[in-house]
Design a protein around this ligand. Structure first.
Ligand code: RB5
Length: 160
């Protein structure tokens, strides 16, 4: 399994540690940056991870910034990405089971390193439960292909 990882400067140290953890689990890591603690803009890295997942270059993505929030917002702008901010193993596990989150976002300034590792493992080890969640997740994905004002599919320009 290939995992794209990305972080801004505020998530760099946690990204490096979690990338090592992923490699230790035998997973292939695609590092989308950042490469140092030099200040950068988190949308660039959320987008890079999101694009790697959307393009199929990676099976899943891991994003880290100060809070996990901004980088998740950016990743979620990429069609096909369902990025979830998690603060512990329970939220990470449910993000996979119920929401089929394909990108996990963590906040280095909010979550300790041990809890972050537990959250990552819980997310990786969980499986989408499908069933009643399938149609709900499909509705999330359909939003990316809909007109932001009318809610109609973007390729449907006039009233049916
Ligand atoms: C960077 O200072 C910080 O704003 C960023 O890492 C993130 O927390 C934004 O959501």
């Amino acid at each position: 399994m290939r995992i794209a990882v990305g972080a801004d400067h505020a998530g760099f140290a946690m990204k490096q540690a979690l990338a090592d953890h992923l490699r230790g689990r035998g997973l292939e890591v695609i590092d989308c940056g950042a490469r140092s603690i030099e200040p950068v803009d988190y949308p660039d890295f959320g987008a890079a991870v999101g694009r790697a997942v959307a393009a199929g270059h990676a099976d899943l993505g891991l994003c880290v910034c100060g809070t996990g929030i901004g980088i998740a917002m950016a990743a979620n702008k990429i069609a096909g990405v369902r990025a979830a901010v998690a603060h512990d193993a329970t939220s990470a596990r449910l993000a996979r089971r119920h929401n089929d989150a394909n990108v996990l976002c963590l906040g280095e300034r909010l979550v300790g390193s041990e809890v972050a590792r537990e959250a990552l493992d819980a997310w990786l080890d969980a499986a989408f439960e499908a069933g009643r969640h399938t149609a709900r997740v499909a509705k999330i994905d359909a939003l990316a292909a809909s007109d932001p004002v009318t809610g109609r599919p973007s390729d449907q320009t006039s009233e049916p």
